[in-house]
Write a protein of this length. Structure first.
Length: 364
C-alpha cells in the first residue's frame, strides 16, 4: 500500500483555523480578476482557471463546451487553498483516513487504499453533523438561558425572603429591646420606691428611739436626784412608777435593721442573667455557623518546615524540637527563622480555620 503524502503546510493551517472560525460576513468582497478598470463583484470562481469572474466574464464558462467542464464554485479569495500544490489540480476528493482534501492524482497515487469520497459527499456529511451540532448548541443555549432564569428567580426569591426575615428580626429585636427597656424602667422605679419606703421606715424608727432616749434621760435624771434625797417617804411612793417605766422599756425588743434581700428582685435578676446568657449563646452559635461556611482544611507543608520544627504525620501539628533535624535541602524550606507554610494557598476571599497554640508565643 502506498504511503499517504504528509499534509501540506497550507492544508494544516487551513484545518487549524477551524478552531478559531471566522464569520463569513467578515470576509472581504471577492472581485473579478478580469475586469481592468472598475472591478465588479465576482459571481463564481473557477478552480481550473484559478480565477474569479463577474457575471459578464463568466459567460464563456457557461456557453463553451470546453469551459463548461471546469469546476465552478462560489467566489473565494484564496483559490490556492482549493488547489493541490503538488499537482496543481482541484481538491475534489476527501481522505477520511487522513482527514484532508486531495486532488484526483493524490487519491490515486498516495491514497489509493484509503477511504476517499468526493468533496461534495463529505461536505454533505459534515453539514449533517454540523446541523446536529447546531441543534445541540441550541439546546445547550436554551438550557443555559433557562438555568440563568432559574438562578435569577431563585436569587429574587432568596432576596425577598432575606428582606422579610430582616424585617421580622428588626421587629422582634425592637420588641425585645422595648420590653427590656420597659422592664428596666419598672425595675428601677420599684427599687427607688422600696428604697424610699426603707428610708422612711428607718427615719421613723430613729425618731421613735430618739424620743425614748429623751424620756430615759429624764427618768435617769430623776433617779439621780432620788438617789440623794433624804425624803424616804417620797422615795418609796414614786419608786414603783419608775421601776414600771424602766421595766416596760427594757422588756421591749429594739428593732433590728437588716439588709433583707428582696426575693422578687433576686428572681428578676436571675431571669435577666439567664436571658443574657441565652442571647449570647445563640448569637455565638449563629456567628460560628456563618464562619463555618468558609471553613477550609489546612495541612502543614513539610517541605517548608524549618529543621528545628517537628511535624506530625498527619500534617496538622507542629512543635519546636530540641535539636536541628537533617532534612532534604529544599528551595522553599525556611532556614533562618522557625516557620512553616500550609500546603493550601489562598489568594483572596474569606477562609475560616481554627488553631490551638500552647507553651510558647506563636505567630500565625
Amino acid at each position: 500500500m502506498a504511503e499517504s503524502s504528509p499534509t501540506p503546510p497550507y492544508r494544516r493551517e487551513r484545518r487549524a483555523s477551524i478552531d478559531n472560525p471566522i464569520s463569513f460576513s467578515d470576509q472581504p468582497e471577492v472581485l473579478c480578476d478580469i475586469c481592468e478598470e472598475r472591478k465588479l463583484k465576482a459571481l463564481k470562481s473557477c478552480l481550473v482557471c484559478q480565477r474569479s469572474y463577474c457575471e459578464t466574464h463568466l459567460q464563456p464558462h457557461l456557453r463553451s463546451a470546453r469551459l463548461e467542464k471546469h469546476k465552478l464554485m462560489d467566489p473565494v479569495r484564496n483559490l490556492e487553498d482549493y488547489i493541490c500544490q503538488k499537482h496543481k489540480k482541484p481538491l475534489e476528493q476527501f481522505c477520511r483516513d487522513d482527514q484532508t482534501s486531495v486532488c484526483m492524482m493524490c487519491a490515486v497515487n498516495d491514497h489509493l487504499f484509503h477511504d476517499t469520497v468526493s468533496i461534495e459527499e463529505e461536505s454533505k456529511k459534515k453539514k449533517t453533523q454540523l446541523m446536529e451540532t447546531q441543534k445541540k448548541a441550541k439546546r445547550m443555549i436554551q438550557e443555559r438561558v433557562k438555568k440563568i432564569q432559574d438562578i435569577k428567580n431563585s436569587a429574587e426569591v432568596r432576596k425577598r425572603n432575606t428582606e422579610k426575615k430582616k424585617a421580622d428580626h428588626v421587629v422582634s429585636f425592637t420588641d425585645l429591646i422595648r420590653s427590656i427597656e420597659r422592664c428596666q424602667t419598672e425595675l428601677l422605679k420599684m427599687m427607688e420606691e422600696r428604697q424610699k419606703a426603707a428610708e422612711k421606715q428607718e427615719q421613723e424608727l430613729i425618731e421613735e428611739l430618739e424620743e425614748e432616749i429623751t424620756e430615759l434621760e429624764t427618768r435617769n435624771t430623776e433617779l439621780e436626784q432620788l438617789s440623794h434625797t433624804e425624803d424616804h417617804l417620797h422615795l418609796l411612793q414614786i419608786s414603783s412608777s419608775l421601776d414600771s417605766f424602766t421595766k416596760t422599756r427594757s422588756d421591749r425588743n429594739l428593732p433590728e435593721i437588716r439588709m433583707k434581700a428582696d426575693e422578687s428582685l433576686e428572681s428578676l435578676n436571675r431571669t435577666l442573667t439567664h436571658l443574657q446568657n441565652t442571647l449570647h449563646e445563640k448569637l455565638t452559635q449563629t456567628e460560628l455557623k456563618w464562619k463555618q461556611q468558609y471553613a477550609v482544611d489546612v495541612s502543614l507543608d513539610p517541605d517548608t518546615a524549618h529543621p528545628n520544627l517537628v511535624l506530625s504525620d498527619d500534617g496538622k501539628q507542629v512543635r519546636h524540637g530540641d535539636t536541628e533535624q537533617k532534612l532534604p535541602d529544599k528551595l522553599q524550606r525556611f532556614d533562618t527563622c522557625p516557620c512553616i507554610l500550609g500546603k493550601e494557598g489562598f489568594s483572596s476571599g474569606r477562609f475560616y480555620f481554627k488553631c490551638r497554640c500552647k507553651e510558647r508565643l506563636t505567630g500565625l
